[in-house]
Ligand binder design. Structure first.
Ligand code: TPP
Length: 315
């Protein structure tokens, strides 16, 4: 059970951040907070591959780097493949006696939702199927933010982006988001979870479990983006919390096939509460879009019920 794993705040204060300050991510961007939370949850050395995207370009502006870990960038689509090779090399070097058997090193690949849901999708799937022992982290800000807010497979229905613009023809993205977390869990790997940085304890426990897993693990983490979501910088964590309180972004895990919802809001809020905090959904409150808003609410309710059912069935 998740509660048995401890997250000690004193350790976080005393341990060095492995992502240095002074990177160039936007004020209020959730991504560096997420990465710090993850790196504070793991004690061992970590080798990291990062796909092209906000996190990569903003932390490694030549000739600087914000990473206090070994770190590699190869291309947009293949962070999972790159880290597979690094992990395989580590095992080979151990077999050859060049790295001591008891020298534990952890491996992590990071991608935005564009890199994860769309462009790197098959590469992640392949790495999971091959069984590499690594953690894949999707920093999910729900659009291709680094190149100017284009819609991705993670963008929710109704969101205004530069490639699903609100106008006379459409009212934001017309499709539903891809069920990425479920698809990752369908690979039958040891550990898959959805998390959000406003609940750092929950996120860090999940990160600890992911790194301890005996095989691949995936963390899909909501990362509010003030620029693309159109909220102010200081609202990032409260917007993240509302995503969980409306069950738009349920916090849950699939641990060796067992589904557990790790946060159940005492009062499930209407999704409109989450939407009205973000400019990308402003148009949904026009009278003409009432039906669309209801349709989205119905879909969220249905998915939440399905998740609770999955939890009950795997208990
Ligand atoms: C194959 C390929 N296609 C497109 C690009 C251009 N590109 C670079 S970063 C980026 C957006 C990244 O979006 P996402 O993965 O969601 O991460 P974010 O920047 O939002 O964190 C795009 C489209 C590229 N570098 N390579």
């Amino acid at each position: 059970m998740a509660e048995r794993i401890r997250v000690n705040l004193r350790d976080i204060i005393n341990n060095e951040d492995r992502l240095a300050p002074g990177h160039r991510l936007c004020a209020g961007c959730a991504e560096p907070t997420v990465i710090r939370q993850i790196l504070h949850a793991v004690e061992e050395p970590v080798v990291i591959a990062t796909a092209t995207g906000c996190m990569e370009v903003s932390t490694t502006v030549y000739p600087f780097t914000a990473w206090r870990t070994p770190w590699i960038h190869s291309a947009f689509e293949n962070a999972a493949t790159t880290i597979s090779g690094v992990e395989a090399a580590y095992k080979a070097l151990q077999r050859a006696g060049k790295i001591p058997e008891d020298q534990v090193i952890k491996f992590m690949a990071i991608g935005g939702d564009g890199a994860s849901y769309d462009i790197g999708f098959q590469f992640i799937s392949g790495a999971l199927e091959r069984g590499h022992k690594f953690v894949y982290v999707c920093l999910n800000n729900e659009a291709y933010m680094n190149t100017g807010i284009q819609r991705s497979g993670a963008t929710p229905r109704g969101a205004n982006t530069t490639t699903s613009p609100v106008g006379e023809v459409i009212q934001g993205k017309t499709q539903w988001r891809k069920p990425f977390t479920k698809i990752m869990a369908a690979h039958d790997i040891p550990y898959v979870a959805q998390a959000s940085p406003h609940n750092y304890r929950d996120l860090m426990i999940k990160a600890k479990k992911a790194f301890a897993a005996d095989g691949p693990a995936v963390l899909n983490i909501l990362a509010p983006c003030p620029r693309g979501w159109r909220h102010s910088s200081e609202e990032t964590m409260s917007v993240a919390k509302l995503a969980a309180d409306t069950c738009y972004w349920p916090l849950y895990e699939v641990d060796n096939g067992k589904t557990t919802v790790t946060y159940k809001p005492r009062e499930k809020l209407p999704v409109a509460e989450w939407f009205k905090r973000q400019g990308r959904f402003r148009h949904l409150f026009r009278p003409a879009n009432t039906e669309l808003l209801e349709e989205i609410q119905a879909k969220i309710d249905q998915e939440w019920e399905l998740l609770l059912k999955a939890e009950a069935q795997s208990a």
